[in-house]
Design a protein around this ligand. Structure first.
Ligand SMILES: Nc1ncnc2c1ncn2[C@@H]1O[C@H](COP(=O)(O)OP(=O)(O)O)[C@@H](O)[C@H]1O
Length: 340
């Protein structure tokens, strides 16, 4: 990850409220090192577990421990399926996570679906929905079972929302279902390549098989939660495996309908930060909240928004770069630092 903001000294008026850990794309497999599809990025399949152990030791030793850790998806590599080692590898990584003294929230990425069905994931330890916050008297903030998303409150007045970026995807969906046909149609309409994983020649390169998007139902739910948070003057952090902001990511890694997600976020005041995995080179950007020129096709008028810059971060692969610890101080400025 090229961008590495320097931690600012904490002044009396901006004391750290709390911190949380973030780790993405562990992609463990009991295999020798390899490369990504393009052959230009090394994958440290076996070593990634040691890296996770290092991150956990760091988090456990913090004098003021993080409230939680966010695991942003691709916890094991798709190669495990080929070697019939999916369950064994997942078990190994989850056993490592057991050393962590704080709760971990798991997000699902494309590699989860290379290894497991959605039903399997729902019934597995990678489903951390039991950690969700329940807002009494606001049933509209309860997510549907049709997608894997929830919200939780690690610190008073800070709400975190975990989104399912493969809600609309050909990955993890039963191929005999109408939803699969609908997603395949969307993908084919935007991607005429025979190899649907290839972005070659695409006007919108994010329309590849290894990505997905958010259903309207999930976006409506997100809108309800953000409405609640606005009303309650909360600050909101959103996480998903797929990034949604072009300036913080390679365009081929964006969620299919990233603009729809941005439109929902921009119609509220409360969102301060969005974290994603998937883009192994990492990325970081501040949305000036009003400058629509950065978003191709955006219909948002200049000057709209809440006046605060919104932070978007994509984490570099944990195998290459390490885990991140983020400290929160009111979140007018997101402060990140490399923890190892
Ligand atoms: N241009 C491409 N053409 C065909 N398949 C691709 C292409 N790019 C990626 N893939 C496939 O998509 C999946 C994800 O790609 P990969 O490079 O492993 O990225 P990551 O490890 O970040 O998920 C792999 O199954 C890979 O084989």
């Amino acid at each position: 990850m090229d961008y590495k903001p320097e931690p600012e000294p904490l002044s009396e008026s901006s004391k750290r409220l709390f911190s949380f850990g973030v780790i993405a794309d562990i992609q463990y497999a009991d295999l020798e090192d390899g490369y990504n599809f393009q052959g230009n990025r090394r994958r440290y399949y076996r070593h990634s577990l040691l890296h996770l152990q290092g991150a956990i030791e760091h988090w456990n030793q913090e004098s003021s421990p993080p409230r939680c850790v966010l695991q942003l998806g691709d916890i094991i590599d798709g190669y495990n399926a080929q070697y019939k080692a999916s369950e064994r590898s997942l078990e190994r990584v989850m056993n490592t996570f057991q050393m962590l003294k704080v709760p971990v929230h798991h997000t699902w990425g494309n590699h989860e679906f290379y290894n497991f069905s959605r039903d399997y994931l729902t019934n597995s330890k990678l489903n951390t929905k039991f950690l969700e916050d329940q807002i009494a008297h606001h049933p509209e903030t309860v997510p549907s079972e049709d997608y894997y998303a929830y919200h939780f409150v690690p610190f008073p007045k800070f709400r975190f929302i975990l989104l399912d970026a493969y809600d609309m995807s050909v990955l993890g969906v039963d191929q005999s279902s109408p939803k699969y046909q609908q997603c395949l149609k969307i993908l084919r309409e935007h991607n005429p390549n025979t190899e649907l994983n290839s972005p070659q020649g695409l006007h919108e390169p994010q329309f590849v098989q290894f990505n997905g998007g958010f259903s309207q139902e999930q976006l409506n739910w997100l809108n309800e939660v953000l409405t609640f948070s606005d009303r309650n003057q909360e600050k909101v952090v959103i996480v998903s495996h797929l990034p949604i902001y072009p300036e913080a990511s390679d365009t081929v890694c964006l969620a299919w309908n990233y603009r729809d997600a941005l439109a929902v976020i921009w119609s509220h005041k409360c969102v301060v930060c969005f974290f994603a995995g998937h883009t192994h080179d990492g990325g970081y950007s501040e949305d000036p909240y009003g400058d629509t020129s950065l978003i191709p096709g955006s219909r948002r008028s200049p000057g709209e928004g809440n006046g605060n810059p919104l932070q978007y971060s994509c984490l570099g692969s944990s195998m290459d770069r390490g885990a991140w610890q983020t400290t929160v101080r009111g979140f007018t400025k997101c402060q990140t630092r490399l923890s190892d």
